[in-house]
Design a protein. Structure first.
Length: 284
């Protein structure tokens, strides 16, 4: 039994040596044939064909297995991506439901408090300033949106920081904006409101603009509520067209008219009127 095992082992060794020799010979003959300009001999061609056939037999299942792994990998990636997209859809649906609930609560509160025309009732259309004449720099500008974007006369216009004016003329593709800094007597004034640190409010209108100091002047004030520098100023919505809550600026100082009979509040505007490249229009 022991001898037969040794013989079997020796036989395998001999076969292995023969295979190695044949392989080395095939490689050598192939290299010589490759370097030679003559047509390869018959043994070389036979060995090359056998080697190619053997290589195809070995590589075919390897390629199949590799392709299977690639397919599984792509399937897993697709499954994971599908999971991420499903979660985003679920989150979007939840956000939409929350928005609807908030809108319903907002409407109910407005009905209870008898409040209307706040900024939440408006959509915003952005536009680019296309023209601003040096002769009317402080009074008006032209934007690149008109009736084709839903704009109409009287709508409020905001700059990068806050309220800058309202639309006074509309064409199909452009509109004219009258600025708060316009001091002409025919300009349409805004109803604005100051809220102090105690939550008390003072209502008035924009009566003029101090161009040398770049300050909005608020007049026609009847309230005796105390305000101070830094208090916030917004639109009050009392005019009917302009929504309430549009940011105007901050109180710079409190004074009186030339006769000392009425109070005036000077407001530092939130927007730099000398630099207005783009605007936003509030549309009901």
């Amino acid at each position: 039994m022991f001898k037969m095992k040794n013989i079997f082992t020796s036989r395998r060794l001999v076969i292995g040596v023969i295979v190695v020799i044949v392989a080395i010979g095939a490689i050598t003959l192939g290299a010589r044939a490759h370097n030679s300009e003559k047509e390869p001999s018959l043994p070389v061609r036979v060995i090359s064909d056998v080697s190619g056939w053997t290589s195809n037999i070995v590589n075919t299942p390897i390629r199949a297995v590799k392709g299977g792994f690639d397919s599984i990998d792509e399937l897993m990636n697709t499954y994971q991506e599908n999971g991420r997209l499903t979660k985003k859809v679920d989150d979007l649906a939840q956000t939409k439901v929350q928005l609807q609930v908030l809108q319903q609560e907002n409407r109910a509160l407005k009905d209870q408090l008898k409040i209307s025309n706040t900024l939440t009732d408006y959509k915003v259309v952005n536009a680019v300033v296309t023209s601003r004449s040096p002769s009317s720099w402080q009074t008006q500008l032209i934007i690149d949106k008109g009736t084709n974007a839903g704009l109409k006369k009287g709508l409020s216009v905001m700059g990068s920081g806050g309220l800058i004016g309202r639309i006074t003329q509309v064409n199909t593709t452009n509109a004219k904006v009258e600025l708060i800094s316009d001091n002409s007597q025919v300009s349409d004034r805004f109803a604005i409101r100051v809220q102090n640190g105690d939550g008390e409010t003072v209502d008035g209108i924009v009566t003029s603009f101090n161009q040398s100091k770049n300050l909005i002047v608020m007049g026609q004030i009847t309230s005796s509520v105390s305000v101070k520098k830094g208090d916030l100023v917004t639109t009050s919505g009392l005019g009917g067209v302009t929504p309430s809550g549009l940011y105007v600026g901050k109180v710079e100082k409190v004074g009186s008219d030339n006769y000392g009979l009425s109070k005036k509040i000077y407001i530092k505007p939130a927007t730099d009127f000398n630099n207005i490249p783009v605007v936003s229009v509030a549309i009901p």
